[in-house]
Design a binder for this molecule. Sequence first.
Ligand code: ADP
Ligand code: MG
Length: 900
Amino acid sequence: QVDRYLYHMRLSDDVLLDVMARFRAEMVKGLGRDTNPTATVKMLPSFVRSLPDGSEKGDFLAVDLGGSQFRALQVKVFDDGKQSSQLESKFYPTPKEVIQGNGAELFDYVADCLLDFMESKNLKHRRLPLGFTFSFPCRQTKLEEGVLLNWTKHFKVRGVQNTDVVSALHKALKKHKASFGIDVDVMALVNDTVGTMMTCGYDDQRCEVGLIIGTGTNACYMEEMRHIDLVEGDEGRMCINTEWGAFGDDGALDDIRTEFDREIDLGSLNPGKQLFEKMISSLYLGELVRLILLKMTKEGLLFNGKVSTALCTKGKIELRHVVAMEKYKEGLSNTKEILTELNLFPSEEDCIAVQHVCTIVSFRSANLCAAALAAILTRLRENKKVLRLRTTVGIDGTLYKTHPQYAKRLHKVVRRLAPNCDVRFLLSTNGSARGAAMVTAVARRLATQRKRIDAVLAPFLLSLDTLREVKNKMRTELEYGLKRETQGSATVKMLPTYVCGTPDGTEKGKFLALDLGGTNFRVLLVKIRSGRRKSVQMYNKIFAIPLEIMQGTGEELFDHIVQCIADFLEYMGIKGARLPLGFTFSFPCRQASIDKGTLVGWTKGFKATDCEGEDVVDMLREAIKRRNEFDLDIVAVVNDTVGTMMTCGYEDPNCEIGLIAGTGSNVCYMEDMKNIEILEGNEGKMCINTEWGGFGDNGCIDNIRTEYDKEVDEGSLNPGKQRYEKMTSGMYLGEIVRQILIDLTKQGLLFRGQISESLRKRGIFETKFLSQIESDRLALLQVRRILQQLGLDSTCEDSIIVKEVCGAVSRRAAQLCGAGLAAIVEKRRENRGVEHLQITVGVDGTLYKLHPHFSRVLRETVKELAPQCDVTFMLSEDGSGKGAALITAVAKRLRNVGEN
Ligand code: ADP
Ligand code: MG
C-alpha cells in the first residue's frame, strides 16, 4: 500500500539516468559565460587550485559557519610525511536572533566567539592565518573574498546578501583588534564542500570531489580551468562549488517533485529556492516523513485515521527520528516509541508502514544525490580523457554519516549510474572545519612555492635595459673582430668568407653540395637553371654520422664523408662526372679564399681529432684521393649562415644577413670591405661569418649567465666556449631546462622532491619538447603525457611549472638572439648612413621554424632594440644545400672570368 502510495518517490534507474543527464547539462550551463546568469546550478569558482601535497605545515585558525553547529578551531598541520594534523575546537550556539537577525550582529558574534576561543587556548598574542568556512553560495573573485548570493538552509540574516562576507568579518575582527589586541588574517573563504575535499585530499591524493549530505547538500569538484569561462586563464584546475542544491529551481525537476515537496518548499524560509536540496538534505527529511504520515492518516491509511496534534506540528519529526526508525536491526521498537511520543497509537502494521515510508524518503534522497554525483564523476572522466576513472570522493554530513543504510545505498547507485568510475568514498573527519585550515595551509604553501619558483626563474627575465646592454656589448665585440689589433683575441671572430655578392639569377649548372655541421650530414645534387626557366632542383640523401666518428679521428671523419659521397654518386648514377662541389661546413673556419678554410675549433657535438688548425678542403681532397674512386672539383667552402643568406638573396636582393637558429646559433652579414681591416681593399662588400656563438667567451655577459648555464657549459664538449650559443640554440635549451628542473626538484618544488633516474640523464630533455610543451594548443594533460614519456611522473601543478620553465628558457634565448641581431642591423644601418634601413634576414634552423614562440619573440626584440630598422625575416628553404650550390656557381663563374 505504501509503495503504491509513494509511487512517485520511488525513482527507477531510467529516471535517475535522466536526472543525471539533466544535471550534466546544467553544469555546462553554469560554466559558460553567457549561460551562467540563467543557470540554476551556479558552478562557483572557489579559487582553490591545488590539493594538499603533504608538505603543508603550520598553525591555523578557522571558524565554521553554516553547518548544523558553529565552531571555532585551531588546526596544527605537520609536514612529517604522515599527513597528520591536530585539531582543537569549541562549539558555540547559534541562537535564532543571530542567524535570522542582522549582518553586523552576526559577524560581531562570530568575532566574539573567535576571541573567546583564542583566549581559552591562549592564542591571543599570536598572529595566525584564519580560514573562514562559510557554507553558503558565494561568488568569489579571489580566495579571500566572496559575495553572498543568497542565504540557504535555516539562515536569513539581513543586510549581508550581495556583500563581501570576508570584509564583513574583517571589520568585526578589527573592532576586536582595537579593544583586545588580537590580530588575525582572513586568508581564505571556504565552502564546506571544498573544505571536505581538501581534508580528504590531505589523506588521499586522488580526492577531487567533495560532497556534503547534511543540513544542506552540495558538491564540489576539480574542473579544468579551460572550461571555466568566468575565471581568466586556461592552465590547471580549479575547484568548482556546484551549489547543486538549487538544481531544479527553474522547474527542471517538477516532474519528479511530489505534493509533499511542494508543501515543504512553501513553508520554508526561501520558497522556490534550493528545490533539489529540499528533496535531499537532513533539514527537510523528517518534515517530508511527517507530511506523508499526516496525509496518509487523514486518508485513514494509518493509525486508524486518528491525527494527533503533534503530527500536525511542524518540525516534530527530525532526522534523528528517521534514522532511529530505519534501524531495521532493532526491529520496530524505535518506531513504536517515536510514534507513541507523537501521541499516535501505532499498531504493528502501522510501525511497519511508517518504517517503510522513512526508507522510501531516505532512499530517494540517496538516489538523487547519486544521480548528480554520477554526473560529476562522468564529467571528470571525460575531462581526463580516460576510459576508467579512479577517484576519491570526500564526504561529510550527518545524514550520510548517521543513517544506517544511506551510504551503502548511495555507493551502490553511483556505481550503477557511472560504471566506468572506480570511486572510493572517504569519510571526512571534521572536513568542513578542518578544511578551511587546509585551504589556508595550501594557499600558504603555494605562496611560498611561488616565491621560490619566481626566484629561480628571475635571472631568466631580462629587462629591456639588460637586452640593450647585450646589444651594445655585441656591437663592441663585432668591432673587435673586424679590427686588426684586436681580432686575434676577439671572441666573435668575424671570419671573411670571400663571398662578395649575392646571386644575380644568371647562375646555372649542376652542382654537388655537402652539408656537414648540423643534426644530419647530407649530400645533395643541385640543378640550377637561369633565364626564363629560372629554377632550382635538388636531390639529397641524409647520412648518419655515428658518434664514434664525430668524436674519432679527422681521417676517419673525412673517409666517412667520402664514403657517403660515393654512395650518393652511385645512387644518382653520376659517378663519372667531375662536378663542382660546394662544401657547407658549419663550423668556424678562417678562410684565405673561397676554397680554403682552416677549422678554428669544433663546436656543437663534434670533436674529431687532428682537424683544428687544418684546412678542411685539403682534408676532403686527401680523403677523395685516398679512396681513388672519383674526382671532384671543390670550388667553395661555405658556412651554413652564408648559404642561408644566399638562398634568400636569390629571391630578395635586400637580403644581407643570414641567421641560423638550429642546433647552433650563428649569423653572417654583408660588411663593407673598408671596415674589414684584415683584408686588403676598400671597395665593395664581403660576407662576414660572425661566429657570434662565441660571444661572451671573454666573460662579458657573465652577469646574465645563470648557474644553470654554467652547469650546461661545464657538462659540454667545449667548456668555456660558445657561451652565447649555449644560451640560445637548440642543442642546449633543453639541457638548461633539465638543470632547472633538477634544482626545483631538489628544492622540493617539483615531482614531490623525487629526482627520477631519467631526469638525471644528460640530453633527455630535447629542445623539441620545449616546442611541444609550450604549444598553446596543448592541454596540460598532454604536457603530462610528454613528461610521462620522459619518465617524469608529474602532477597537474608540476606540468604548469615545467611549462613555465620551458617558457622562461626559450623566451630568454629568443630575446638574446634578438639583441644580437639588433646589433647587426644597426651596424648595417650606420654603414649605409641612412636614417631608416630596410633589410631582409634569411633564416634557417628548426628552433626558429618549429618553436611556437621563438620567432615572434625574436622579431619583437629586434623591433624594440633597433627601431630604425625595418627588418623582414625570410625563411630559407634549405640554405645549406641550395645556398652552397649558388655560391659554388658564383665562385665558378668568377674563377672562369679570372682564368680567361
Ligand atoms: P642544424 O642546425 O643542425 O642544421 P636544424 O636547424 O634542423 O639543424 O636544428 C636541429 C636542432 O633543432 C636540434 O638539435 C634540436 O635541438 C632542435 N629541434 C629539433 N626539433 C625541434 C622542435 N620541434 N622545436 C625546437 N627545436 C627543435
Ligand atoms: Mg642546418
